[in-house]
Ligand binder design. Sequence first.
Ligand code: SF4
Length: 328
Amino acid sequence: MKYFAYKDDNHITCLLCKHYCTLKEGKSAICGVNFNIDAKLVNKTYGHPSTLHIDPIEKKPLYHFLPSSSSLSIGTVGCNFSCPFCQNHSISQISVVDESVNYSPKDIVDLAFKHKTQSISYTYNEPTIWYPYAKDIGVLAKENGIKNVFVSSGYESKEVLQDMKSWVDAVNIDLKSFSHEYYKKVLKTDLDGVLASLIEFAHSDIWLEITTLIIPDINDSEDEIHKMAKFISLKLGVDIPWHLSAFHPDYKMLDTPRTSEASLQRVKEIAQSYGLKYIYLGNILNDNSTYCSQCNTKLIDRQGFKAQMLNIKNNKCIKCQSSIKGVF
Ligand code: SF4
């Protein structure tokens, strides 16, 4: 795909995310890492990861995608959102690139081989804004039998969404609220754009899971939770796993209290009332095993980030033969 379009003699349009920033010669825009240099889009983070870890895939979180496998996880710097609760703000809210750290796409794939990971995850900061680097790694990984995972806030441009279908295997998308005003005023993006991405992923071959950080008095009203659950159920499907994470004070929201377990359980009950089959609670101690939605047999045992496949074969419950969606 083309990562930018010419606008006029002195400007290009970045095609990486739905902001579609107009970039003046020599300048960047919202994310601070994509520049117009000599009328071309230059991504300053290319080849310079800020973070590299081997994580359990459960930590992304992905619960219905290669359970108990490990994933080489890579992030850079910058973001196209401005979330005041960001837990990775030390890398997402800066645009200073450490150019002394150099990893070519082949170096990253070699690392995945060395550590025997089944996938590479593009995560920690928004991968859409460094899509050219992620894709060069991912295409090479795919050629070598390694799967690719995007952990994103779902503001990919329509061009990137289309392009991802050729090389990305799974995504976890944040649905941060169901308030247009909150997305616009606080997060500085647009709810409709995220919902459009979710619908696109749900109807593609890319495996989709969703995460919502439940924040007291911000996005946990009965009305808002009902709207989210209804949207997932009607527009995406009742088989999509939904991860509800407990907020803890961070970044610019140090005075907001933690999310209580009772509050998460209440959200879970609302979600289940819309027929959603797989609701998981994060950042609290809780039984996060996967159960058959028909006969309640435990299919995958999960203790923290450790998972063990129990009664599942060929995407079916061994006991009652009901289907379970995912990549197992
Ligand atoms: S990635 Fe998004 S925020 Fe960054 S320059 Fe491109 S359109 Fe703007």
